[in-house]
Design a binder for this molecule. Structure first.
Ligand code: BTN
Length: 261
């Protein structure tokens, strides 16, 4: 995948017009954060062929072998306070889900922003921000999408999938998928900025099978079980407990019962 090839396919206005294609980095989120500190503008995208320490949410690693998948991070300078930023990750999840659906893969969303197919993970989002007082300086929006991987390490072999696997083994052109991903990300980030969180939350709910299910949520070091009742206007999960109380979870890791999508 060359810069020229991607540039020819890109249909965005501002996202990825400043595009850095790198061979191998530790984590594209770290690489983008350091470029942001050095003044890289809004919309800059860093993409790597491989990551040696790809990072997932909650301290997990992100499997990032060379030659197969997409690992990218966007530098976003948004004029909003830090507490308004979280639904941005829902918007990125929707965008990524749309990419899969455009390619004929029936993906859906699991709170907060896992993109799943048949219960297996196709893509994940890791957003990190730096703030100064009540101001958001920069958000680094990282997206990892399994495009052409057909095998995974043993610990992921039952829980991960790729576009290629879901499309019956047909290899995908990564530049095509990247151009589509940047297009959808720009579209949903624009909608979030112009319409705010409610538009994103309702679009998110249209793409999930998750609400109404019994789930366990790891919040810090505690596991809480209950029903995923709703996602509120700020993107927080409302968890119904057996004792009739409810819990509002702003961030955590959700586990579904075995075999659920
Ligand atoms: C998750 O755990 O679901 C989030 C995974 C996010 C992975 C992407 S790959 C590009 C960017 N760089 C990283 O180190 N992580 C994110």
């Amino acid at each position: 995948m060359s810069r020229h090839e991607v540039a020819q396919k890109l249909r965005t206005h501002w996202l990825g017009r400043d595009l850095h294609l790198l061979e191998q980095v530790g984590s594209t989120n770290d690489e983008a954060a350091s470029r942001a500190r050095a003044g890289a503008p809004h919309g800059t995208v860093v993409i790597a062929d491989a990551q040696s320490i790809g990072r997932g949410r909650q301290g997990h690693q992100w499997y990032s072998p060379p030659g197969h998948n997409l690992y990218l991070s966007a530098i976003l300078r948004l004029a909003m306070p830090p507490n308004a930023v979280p639904p941005l990750t829902l918007a990125a999840g929707i965008a990524t889900c749309e990419v899969a659906r455009c390619l004929g893969v029936p993906a859906s969303l699991k709170w907060p922003n896992d993109v799943l197919v048949g219960g297996r993970k196709l893509a994940g989002i890791l957003a990190e921000m730096s703030t100064r007082g009540a101001t958001t300086e920069v958000v680094i929006l990282g997206v990892g999408m399994n495009v052409n991987s057909t095998t995974f390490p043993q610990d992921l072999s039952r829980t991960a999938t790729s576009l290629r696997i879901e499309r019956g083994g047909e290899a995908m052109d990564r530049a095509d998928v990247l151009a589509l991903l940047l297009f959808e990300l720009e579209r949903w980030i624009n909608l979030f900025v112009s319409e705010g969180a409610p538009a994103i939350v309702s679009a998110w709910k249209e793409r999930t099978h998750f609400l109404g299910q019994r789930v366990s949520v790891k919040v810090e070091d505690k596991v809480v079980t209950g029903w995923a009742m709703d996602v509120d206007a700020d993107g927080a999960l409302l968890l119904g407990r057996e004792d009739g109380t409810s819990l509002r979870v702003l961030s955590g890791e959700v586990t579904l019962p075995e075999g659920e999508p």
